[in-house]
Design a protein around this ligand. Structure first.
Ligand code: PLP
Ligand code: COI
Length: 347
């Protein structure tokens, strides 16, 4: 029988944390992961010398659980979050959390919090945030020997205010990642790098930054929390690639490439994209895509004194981004049949 949902005004939720009933926790000690399980304790108590506090060993993930029209609870491609988190962990010398255990843990914690999964059509979803921190003591620069993996879940609304209303971005004077550094993994340290330019962007009235490549500052990379998609005048979907391995491999972006090609019959080109092409007006639409962002249309980009407005403008989402968004959210909520295995049933 379906669990009764919490009495929340789902439609007015923003992207903010609110504790739910359960989190998942699993510790790594003596070279092995323990069994792990649910907890109602949403706090961590750690040694002052824990590795996370000194050398920032932390990686995380983000995925969502959805209620389908017929009342099932599903999530989207958790296997890709599991493998990306393992890649992130290896890059900063943390023990990867077993991928099958990751998927089981996501299912367990979402099911336990079923009452918090927003209803179908409410515009909200349950955001699932797996993360892992170094809990073991370290004082000399070295990886720790003990870790904690946790999953918190929290109901959320749109990441960018206004949802599908186009936003303005700026090109910042700071980078979010180093060339061939850690930009391609989901580690908290990258987000620490992006906080100052992010605050400056918000102070300037921009929703986010359009970061350029950290080596030459001539290619488009990504925003603080999403990958970019462009549509050129021929209707081709143009997807930026990084020459310096500093773009996070977005699961949403990889899925949309497949949706555009195989389901919508679009031409898709994945290649380095020069910012000069944006300046030249070569693209008619631009969007940011990610788990939190879904697809958020970009109406304009400001670079110093220069203002570049996409043909789709600041009022309405362009037709291609609209179609991609509808198809993706339709697949995620079970209304549209997507490729085999993308939508994983939880309850
Ligand atoms: N890029 C950055 C920097 C992000 O934080 C995210 C969010 O996860 C993305 C891209 C989008 O990735 P995904 O589609 O896997 O959520
Ligand atoms: C996500 O989309 O899951 C993210 O982690 C992005 C973050 C900026 C909220």
């Amino acid at each position: 029988m379906a669990v009764e949902k919490r009495d929340i005004d789902w439609g007015s939720l923003g992207f903010a944390y609110r504790p739910t009933d359960y989190s998942y926790v699993c510790n790594y000690k003596d070279g092995a992961w323990e069994e792990g399980g649910l907890t109602t304790d949403h706090t961590l108590t750690l040694s002052e010398c824990a590795g996370i506090f000194h050398y920032c060993q932390e990686v995380f993930e983000g995925l969502k659980a959805y209620t389908t029209e017929d009342g099932r609870i599903v999530c989207f491609r958790p296997d890709l979050n599991a493998s990306r988190m393992a890649d992130s962990a290896r890059r900063i010398v943390m023990p990867p959390f077993p991928e099958d255990k990751f998927i089981e843990a996501v299912k367990m914690v979402v099911k336990a919090n079923e009452a918090w999964v927003p209803p179908f059509g409410s515009g909200a979803t349950l955001y699932v945030r797996p993360f892992m921190v170094a809990t073991g003591n370290v004082i000399g620069v070295a990886p720790a020997d003990e870790y904690q993996f946790r999953i918190l879940v929290t109901p959320v609304g749109p990441y960018y205010k206004g949802g599908v209303k186009p936003v303005a971005l700026q090109v910042p004077e700071y980078d979010r990642a180093a060339p061939h550094g850690t930009g391609a993994i989901k580690a908290g340290l990258n987000y620490a790098m992006s906080l100052y330019p992010s605050v400056l962007a918000h102070e300037g009235g921009f929703a986010d930054n359009m970061f350029l490549d950290p080596q030459t500052h001539t290619y488009v990379e990504e925003s603080g929390g999403a990958n970019f998609l462009f549509v050129d005048k021929e209707g081709t979907l143009v997807v930026p690639q990084s020459a310096t391995n500093s773009i996070l491999p977005s699961i949403t972006r990889r899925s949309l490439v497949q949706v555009a090609q195989d389901m919508l019959g679009m031409t898709v080109v994945e290649r380095p994209v020069k910012f000069a092409e944006v300046e030249a007006g070569d693209f008619v639409e631009c969007g940011m895509c990610g788990t939190a962002a879904v697809i958020s249309p970009v109406g304009k980009v400001v670079n110093g004194d220069e203002e570049i407005v996409f043909a789709s403008g600041m009022e309405e989402v362009g037709p291609v981004m609209k179609k991609l968004r509808e198809t993706l959210t339709g697949i995620q909520s079970g209304e549209i049949a997507g490729p085999e295995g993308w939508v994983v049933e939880i309850a």
